[in-house]
Design a binder for this molecule. Structure first.
Ligand code: NAP
Ligand code: GDD
Length: 340
């Protein structure tokens, strides 16, 4: 039985990764997740993992700690002695990082260093493999396509902090021989995506408009282009990186790019709606410096890991729209029920 520790387990990727690891049998995994204390519970994405079969339930555990608190990280590491550590915890919203640059840098940048230090201490007595959730935002304004040889040019406090964390990961590998991998993942989405990221904002908004629960959708820059894949595919790549003989860095992407406008078109037309009748612009949703085009070159992930994205762009939009339409219908039904 292998033991994995996941930071950010309550987030989109953490929930898919935990689900994936618990589904493996050769080897089987015990999955430990780091959660922050909050005044109300925030476990919607992982609740179902406790309700699975008894065996999976017994192999799934949560612990209170915080990436801002080094002592909580080293205690947890010492207590659990994991074989694999996946660092997915982050203040992950790019726009918000302009409002909270210091907090974002602390959690995303220094938080990674705190965790790496805790891993390094443990690695003196046992092998601990480390995965860092790096981001295509680190490429920023570098012209597409972006691959492992593309020079980084970050455009937000979030991206700068991710770049710091990326280089710390590389340096811990080179300086201390740590089995540390940096996965430079391009945007990946799902029905579990946070509601303020653009894809989910669009699919939730379109579904609520279709059901008469909302009249318009207020958006920012529709010309930005992203390489969007499905989160469930991307967590497999994280695990694959840690199963290789040698640690390394990888770009994980679909190799296709689409604009926010195209996402709107496909999502609304799935519901027989024209997005132009509903979308309005508000500059508050733009960023002081934008990343115009992201398009990844995942050749190493394909050739070394044998990984490829299985869900294509139209299927991703459809999956998210169908999920959010069901949510909107339930919301409408609940409203009607209250009015009776
Ligand atoms: P997400 O849904 O925003 O989840 C972030 C997770 O980090 C949540 O579980 C959150 O906990 C946790 N967290 C925040 N601050 C923390 C702290 N101080 N200490 C411990 N945990 C903390 O993000 P995601 O989309 O799953 O992304 C996972 C990771 O991949 C992130 O590092 C993100 O930056 C990176 N990434 C994402 C993408 C993408 O397209 N999704 C692409 C490239 C890289 P709460 O639930 O308590 O808030
Ligand atoms: N969030 C948001 N809301 N974005 C909007 C809106 C809006 O109303 N209107 C237009 N956009 C544009 C943004 O300006 C950006 O160019 C694009 O939509 C995508 O925005 P997000 O979905 O917020 O994602 P992101 O690309 O900034 O960051 C995500 O992907 C990164 C990987 O490239 C996050 O998941 C990051 O954590 C991740 O590292």
């Amino acid at each position: 039985m292998k033991r994995a520790l996941i930071t950010g387990i309550s987030g989109q990727d953490g929930s898919y990764l935990a689900e994936f690891l618990l589904s493996l049998s050769q080897p089987a995994y015990e999955v430990h997740g780091l959660v922050r204390r909050s005044s109300s519970l925030n476990r919607q994405r992982i609740d179902h993992l406790f309700k699975r079969d008894q065996d999976a339930h017994d192999r799934f555990h949560l612990h209170y700690a915080d990436l801002a608190d080094a002592s909580s990280l080293s205690s947890l590491m010492e207590q659990l002695r994991p074989d694999e550590v996946y660092n997915l915890g982050a203040q992950s919203h790019v726009r918000v990082s302009f409002d909270q640059p210091l907090y974002t840098s602390d959690v995303v940048g220094l938080g990674t260093l705190r965790l790496l230090e805790a891993v390094r201490q443990l690695n003196r007595t046992q092998l601990v493999k480390f995965y860092q959730a790096s981001s295509s935002e680190m490429f920023g304004s570098a012209p597409p396509p972006q691959g492992l040889d593309t020079p980084f040019h970050p455009r937000s406090p979030y991206a700068c902090a991710k770049l710091y964390a990326h280089w710390q990961t590389v340096n811990y590998r080179e300086a201390y021989g740590l089995f540390a991998c940096s996965g430079i993942l391009f945007n990946h989405e799902s029905p579990r995506r946070g509601e303020s990221f653009v894809t989910r904002k669009v699919t939730l908004g379109a579904a609520r408009i279709k059901e008469g629960l909302q009249r318009k959708l207020v958006m920012g820059n529709l010309d930005a282009k992203r390489d969007w894949g499905f989160a469930g595919d991307y967590v497999r790549a994280m695990w694959m990186m840690l199963q290789q003989d040698e640690p390394g860095d990888y770009v994980v992407a679909t190799g296709e790019t689409h604009s926010v406008r195209e996402f709107l078109e496909v999502a609304f037309s799935y519901l027989d709606l024209d997005y132009r009748d509903y979308v309005e612009f508000d500059p508050k949703y733009t960023r002081p410096s934008e990343v115009d085009v992201l398009l990844g070159d995942p050749i190493k992930a394909r050739e070394v890991l044998g990984w490829r994205a299985e869900v294509d762009f139209p299927s991703l939009v459809q999956m998210m729209i169908e999920h959010d339409l069901e949510l909107a219908r339930r919301e409408k039904y609940a409203l009607g029920y209250q009015m009776v």
